[in-house]
Design a protein around this ligand. Structure first.
Ligand SMILES: [Zn+2]
Length: 345
């Protein structure tokens, strides 16, 4: 048996290693493969999507998350493609969500596709709170290969939204390495966002945990470049900030996340979070999107990424996630909750 002082000295470096924040090198390790040309723009229903999903599942396994898909980390999502009457920006078909796998198989075989969400859970430590779940998500699909611009036809989506997926995986790594959060944290990389929130719509109808147990959703979208309106490098904002107590709670904890300065863009309603918000879950998207001209262009690539900014925002998002998992549950402010979705036919 070693003496206590020695034990503390031996344990200290381990504890520091466990708390290790995200660095520019971490960002590069995750983001660059996801935004590589070999992923072919991660279009829903393509081999590029499948390759990206395997990369994300491998990272979740390495981190030690519990697989919560219906096929390991993969939650299978039935999709199909429909030819476009007119080619649009070099694309000849669009992808749709089938109502079920049986429904998908009513499409001609050459139009059937296999898509997936990637789902992993970090179990909470508090016997009472662990049944409550914080959902941290980002969409990993992008718009694939299309019309060439300046000789480049691969729409890499480094910012949109390989940056958000990088955040999801790095937040998972940090939380898994540190003290266990009280609430459970569900990490999801969704597919089909660009095609109309397909993966999230499937997830909501087939949730990996009952939706009633999800007490908050933090989505991460487009954090690869600083936004001067948000205060520049390392500063982020929440869509629909004023709608709930989430932003105030994060600000009170000194986390550098503020309100969205471009409410006219209606970002709150433009990503996966809105589908959860319409189900009553306090759901916001964290972003630093500065309306750059490379949005949905082949030039949204790693050459334009600010690694240090991203690392700082990811560390803020990790603190935010820990606060959501350990602190008070956020709530809608009066009038803040968006209307429930219209019944689907
Ligand atoms: Zn996006």
């Amino acid at each position: 048996m070693i003496r206590r002082a020695t034990a503390v000295a031996l344990m200290l470096p381990v504890a520091l290693a466990a708390q290790r924040p995200t660095t520019a090198a971490d960002v590069q390790r995750v983001l660059f493969p996801l935004a590589d040309d070999s992923m072919a723009g991660r279009m829903t229903g393509t081999p590029g999507e499948a390759k990206a999903a395997r990369f994300i599942a491998g990272a979740m396994q390495h981190i030690g998350l519990t697989p919560l898909g219906d096929s390991g980390y993969f939650q299978r999502v039935p999709t199909a493609v429909i030819p476009l009457a007119q080619p649009r920006r070099g694309r000849t078909e669009r992808v749709v969500l089938a109502g079920s796998f049986a429904d998908r198989d009513t499409f001609p075989v050459e139009r059937r596709r296999n898509s997936v969400n990637v789902v992993g859970l970090l179990d909470g430590s508090d016997p009472r709170l662990k049944d409550e779940v914080i959902l941290v998500d980002a969409h990993f699909d992008h718009v694939g290969v299309g019309m060439a611009i300046n000789g480049d036809s691969i729409y890499n989506g480094a910012d949109d939204d390989a940056s958000g997926v990088t955040a999801v995986l790095e937040i998972a790594r940090q939380l898994a390495a540190g003290p266990r959060p009280k609430r459970s944290v569900l990490f999801v990389a969704t597919t089909g966002e660009e095609a109309g929130l397909l993966g999230t719509r499937w997830f909501i109808d087939h949730p990996a945990v009952p939706l009633a147990r999800i007490v908050a959703n933090l989505e991460i979208e487009m954090i690869a470049r600083p936004d001067s309106l948000a205060g520049g490098a390392g500063k982020a904002w929440l869509t629909g900030y004023e709608r709930s107590t989430m932003g105030d709670e994060l600000a009170a904890a000194g986390i550098p996340i503020g309100p969205d300065r471009r409410p006219e863009q209606r970002f709150f309603e433009r990503s996966d979070n809105i589908a959860f918000a319409r189900r009553g879950i306090v759901a916001h998207t964290l972003s630093t999107y500065n309306l750059h001209a490379d949005y949905h262009q082949p030039s949204d690539d790693v050459a334009h990424v600010d690694l240090d900014h991203m690392a700082a925002v990811i560390n803020a998002a990790a603190r935010a996630t820990r606060l959501l998992a350990d602190g008070p549950k956020p709530a809608w402010k009066p009038g803040g909750q968006p209307a429930a979705p219209a019944a689907r036919p």
